[in-house]
Design a protein around this ligand. Sequence first.
Ligand SMILES: Cc1cc2nc3c(=O)[nH]c(=O)nc-3n(C[C@H](O)[C@H](O)[C@H](O)COP(=O)(O)O)c2cc1C
Length: 175
Amino acid sequence: MSAFIDLAKKRYSVRSYQDKPVEEAMLLKILEAGILAPSACNNQPLAIIVVRKDETRKALLAAYERPWLALAPIVLALCCETSQTWRRSDGKNFGDVDVAIAMDHITLAAAEAGLGTCWIGNFKDAEARAVLKLPGNVEPVVLTPLGYPASQPPVKKRKRLQDIVHWDHYGGKYQ
Ligand SMILES: Cc1cc2nc3c(=O)[nH]c(=O)nc-3n(C[C@H](O)[C@H](O)[C@H](O)COP(=O)(O)O)c2cc1C
């Protein structure tokens, strides 16, 4: 258990990357971690675009204008095949949840391998779709660079357990 907590502590949002390639075998293992993620009804509505071409990574800056995005040798775009998502009977769509779990697996697997990632949700949808040539039924959910960090992990800022966890009912205290 503590190995997992240590890994979760090791992962942080990396916004600076070394100019160093990622080994192919390592990339494939990290992608496998994403594929192993659970999904609602096991529908697996995930599509992962692995962007390695220099010109495509740079073109993605039109969708997210931070130079560090294109500094890493790889950018992953985690997308949702919207026709394949599971919907609850009240209509709630779990596609984003499924993609987020896969992204979490990927970021943790990358951290274990000594690689950096950063969740990017604040990108321009239309620009990302155009660069990645996504058909209308494929929604880009989150982007991440993938590469060797050129930064040091900051101290994690998190709420305290008692600010987030409620016991037995909302507002219930620990006893
Ligand atoms: C859904 C989601 C979207 C995010 N979008 C962005 C983003 O667009 N740009 C960015 O720099 N960081 C983004 N982040 C990273 C968060 O700012 C970061 O995870 C948070 O500050 C905690 O820091 P840590 O990842 O270093 O632990 C996002 C994180 C999540 C989970």
